[in-house]
Design a protein around this ligand. Structure first.
Ligand code: ASP
Length: 310
């Protein structure tokens, strides 16, 4: 299993220990499920839920705010259940966009997958599914952390001058979360959850809940992405990365897929049908945590592809 905590600028030094702890806690939750014989789907949902609850990450509680000071979140899950026949898998997916009243959008994404005939639902309609799934609704204001509010106030000056899309200090703002896993039965799953990009306009939808862009799973493998959502959607990054594993080992496939982004910053984590993991990013920083039966749990801050090219 691999978990990521977003690609972007380097985290503030003061935040690094807490972010590291958060990622390790998330992968530990997933690993516990996988070790106990649980499903890849349960493992990715559990890991992402831990990070949605953690204010050091831009998902669930502590998400970045829109220009009008609200939290609007996107999340999705996709799984490819191994049904033995070679190259065949039963693929399922569910996602939510623009949700404002649930602490764990990834749980709601799963409910869309399991309780409705639909794949992607938005806003109030999606939140109605929460009641059916027993997922508690909260007030939108309960999702706003102190640090998210402070950063919104800091960046409002730039926005007020008409630069609505101007990114805030990237060193402070990344933190989309995602996870990919393979269980002992060969089932694969991917999950991604985000508050979006800082300075986003109300109603903006990023890549995180878009199948093939912010996540993907097939019989070949599973992927979760982070970074510039607009570029990731144009490139269909996660699908490209999974397909690239037909001829490359996972980290090489991740690097290859990122080349299609034409310089936009992003990162991707991958797992293949054999459980081999891989990752790459071209941003200044991306933090991940991994769990493999042989190496146990590890926290890594892999170097950027750009550094490798220099
Ligand atoms: N990809 C996310 C989005 O565009 C943001 C991120 O990963 O930092 O909404």
């Amino acid at each position: 299993m691999i978990v990521h905590g977003g690609a972007g600028g380097r985290a503030l030094p003061a935040d690094r220990p807490a972010r590291r702890r958060g990622l390790l806690a998330a992968v530990a939750r997933g690993a516990e499920i996988l070790r106990g014989g649980g499903a890849a789907l349960d493992a990715v949902i559990a890991a992402v839920t831990v990070l949605e609850d953690d204010p050091y990450f831009n998902a669930g509680y502590g998400s970045v705010l829109t220009t009008d000071g609200r939290v609007e979140m996107d999340a999705a899950v996709m799984c490819a259940d191994n049904i033995k026949a070679p190259r065949k898998a039963a693929v399922r997916a569910g996602g939510v966009v623009l949700v404002t009243r649930v602490r764990n959008p990834i749980r709601l994404a799963r409910a869309v997958m399991e309780l409705t005939p639909h794949l992607l639902m938005a806003g109030a309609g999606a939140e109605r599914i929460a009641r059916r799934a027993g997922i508690p609704l909260c007030r939108p204001s309960e999702l706003i952390s102190q640090r998210a509010r402070e950063r919104w106030i800091q960046t409002r000056g730039a926005v007020g001058k008409g630069a609505a899309e101007a990114p805030a200090d990237p060193a402070r703002e990344h933190g989309t979360v995602g996870a990919v896993a393979r269980d002992r039965f060969g089932n694969l799953a991917a999950a991604t959850s985000t508050g979006g990009v800082p300075g986003k306009l109300p109603g903006r939808i990023g890549d995180s809940a878009i199948i093939g862009a912010g996540l993907y799973a097939s019989a070949r493998g599973a992927a979760s992405a982070t970074g510039s959502g607009e570029a990731i959607m144009r490139a269909g990054l996660c699908r490209a990365a999974v397909e690239a594993m037909a001829r490359r080992e996972p980290s090489r496939a991740a690097e290859f897929a990122l080349q299609a982004l034409e310089g936009a910053e992003a990162g991707v984590i991958l797992i293949d049908a054999k459980g081999r993991i891989g990752f790459a990013h071209n941003a200044p920083a991306m933090e991940i945590a991994t769990f493999t039966p042989s190496a146990g749990m590890r926290h890594l801050a892999p170097p950027s592809m750009l550094a490798a090219a220099e």
